[in-house]
Structures are given as C-alpha cells and as structure tokens.
Design a protein around this ligand. Structure first.
Ligand code: SAM
Length: 311
C-alpha cells in the first residue's frame, strides 16, 4: 500500500503519515486526487436569481447538479463548451468555485448589516459569497498580504457587483489597528494545501514537516487575533484545504484549551478526527468537519465553526 503511494509520487514521510491516519483508505484518497475535480460554479444572486440563470445555462446545453451544502452552488455534469466563455460568466452572473470552498461562507451565516472580517481573502471566492449572503449590505473588511492576488480579487469583486467590501493590503495579524469588534470572522487560513493535489501535484513530494509547523504557527496566531477582535457571542469559521491534523484538529484543540469558546455543529462533511496519530483529542472536535476527495468528490478540506463564549 505504502509502495503504491510512493509510485503516485508521495514522499516517504507523507505516505507513512497518511497510512497511519487512514489505513487502506489513504490509497483511495490519493487515487481520487489523481482525477480532475468537477467544475463547479456559484450563481451570483447579487446579479440574478438562481432559477433564471440555471434555465439560461440549460438552454445553452449545460447540465449540472446541486452542491448539497450551498443553495446557490452547482457542479457541471455536461459542459458543451467552456462556461467561462459565456456572457453569463463574463457579466458576473456566476463565479467558478470549488464545491467545498462554498461551505465556509454558508457556515458563517452572515446577515445583511453584519460587520464581518475575512482574514485571508484573495482572490475573493469566499468574500464575494459572503457579500452575496449579506445582500451587499453591512461591511466586509477583507485582508490579504499578496498584492497580485488582491489585484485579481478587485477585478472579481467588480465583475460580481460587490460593493460592501473594503480591501486591505495588510496582514490580518494587525487587524486590531482598526479598533473594530466584528460580528463574524472568516479565517480561510494559509495552509500547506495538501488537499489540493488535483491542482498542485508537485505538493506530493515538495512539502515538508517544517512547512506544516510553519503554517500551524501562523494559523494559531491568526486565530488568536480573530478571537481578540470578535464580539462576545461572535462566530469564527476556520477552514483549510489541508489534510494534515496539525493544521486542523490540533489547531482547534489548542483554541479549545486556551480561549473561552465552544464549537458549533456543522451538517455536512465527515466528523473531524478525534484521535489522529493516536493522540486523544476532545470529543467536541468531532463537530468540526472534513471533506475528502474519495467520498465527497471535492478537494481535501477542513472546517470548524467557533463561538466566542467569553468577553
Ligand atoms: N479565501 C480565499 C478565497 O476563497 O478566494 C483563499 C485564501 S488562500 C487559502 C490564503 C490566503 O492567505 C492567500 O491569499 C495568502 O496571500 C493569504 N495570507 C497569508 N498570510 C496572510 C496574513 N498574515 N494576512 C492576510 N492574508 C494572508
């Protein structure tokens, strides 16, 4: 089994880790990541209603199925020609978005009028979904450190008609400077991206344990800042496209151990791991969720919904 993971290109360290985590299933997960992902899109309800756009696309020969966790999300089952060359795409009636990536904004449940922060926002897939759920009302402070990705984000937001979002080219580790207490915060954290091998096959061999430790430190710092700048009773949704427990369950255990918070249940995905690598974690961690390429047909994805219970 481990030999098969080697032959797919995984380094010894990661092949062994995955076998320890999932046993024989590790191969199923790895094999699923060798196949391309279905192309999915989100109807931009800032510009058009869902039934109207789906009818227009059907007429042009596109067929799709619903993403179970996102009312506006669909995955193509028949794409007669590239959907990105349609006037519907170019006019911002839809946004191409991987299915699991639609879940964090839905889970955060932002309301029109909320004050929201998106701590790692570019190129804006999730920010624009937040804006859509907020009906372009309230305000979103969207941070990113990468100028190139922010430029792309500005184009995306403008094409989609988002007008309630302020872009900040600044590390969100400094967001306390704004002096705002947020109702809701999305932290779609920078991570090693090991759930995205479909798109980045070089990560099978290029990632190291040091990369995981680097990301974990940053993720913890960002979560600390999120909780410091959140109103009591406020919500943080934390997500990564990493398969590594150190960037997911262990980070959430650290939050449970160090802050006045509780995890809120999430309906979709598989319960997160409560005993990764034989380390016994809090049972509450199972409220966080994982999406797997072999079972959900998505990237590998992790999501946790955290409520701040203290002041
Ligand atoms: N949420 C985005 C979306 O759905 O389109 C994807 C975000 S990507 C997973 C992580 C992002 O974090 C990258 O764009 C990266 O530039 C950004 N980032 C890394 N460190 C950061 C920091 N200290 N503050 C803000 N953004 C950061």
């Amino acid at each position: 089994m481990i030999e098969r993971l080697f032959s797919l290109g995984y380094s010894k360290t990661f092949a062994e880790r995955y076998y320890e985590l999932w046993g024989e299933r590790a191969l199923k997960i790895a094999e699923a990541m060798e196949k391309p992902l279905p192309r999915c899109f989100r109807v931009n309800t800032l510009r058009i209603e869902v039934p109207r756009l789906t009818k227009m696309l059907n007429k042009k020969g596109f067929q799709f199925r619903r993403a179970p966790w996102a009312r506006e999300g669909f995955c193509l089952t028949k794409e007669a020609f590239s959907i990105t060359s349609t006037p519907e795409y170019l006019g911002g009636l839809l946004y191409i978005q991987e299915a699991s990536s639609m879940y964090p904004p839905v889970a955060l449940e932002p309301k029109p009028g909320d004050v929201v922060a998106d701590m790692a926002a570019a190129p804006g897939g999730k920010t624009s979904y937040l804006a859509q759920l907020m009906k372009n009302r309230g305000i979103i402070y969207a941070f990113d450190v990468d100028e190139e990705r922010l430029r792309e984000m500005r184009l995306n937001l403008s094409r989609l008609g988002v007008i309630n979002t302020v872009l900040l080219h600044r590390s969100s580790l400094h967001m306390g400077e704004l002096g705002i207490k947020f109702d809701k915060i999305l932290l779609d954290a920078p991570c090693t991206g090991s759930g995205t091998i479909h798109k980045n096959p070089e990560r099978k061999s290029s990632r190291t344990m040091e990369d995981i430790r680097f990301c974990q430190r940053l993720q913890m710092q960002m979560l600390r800042v999120a909780l410091e700048n959140l109103k009591p009773g406020g919500i943080v949704v934390y997500s990564t496209c990493s398969l590594e427990p150190e960037e997911n369950e262990f980070v959430i255990q650290w939050v449970l151990d160090n802050f006045d918070v509780k995890l809120l249940p999430l309906k979709y995905g598989e319960p997160a791991l409560t005993e990764p690598f034989g380390v016994k974690l809090s049972e509450e961690i199972s409220k966080a969720r994982r999406f797997y390429p072999d079972r959900h047909g998505t990237t590998g994805f992790f999501i946790a919904k955290i409520e701040k219970t203290g002041i």
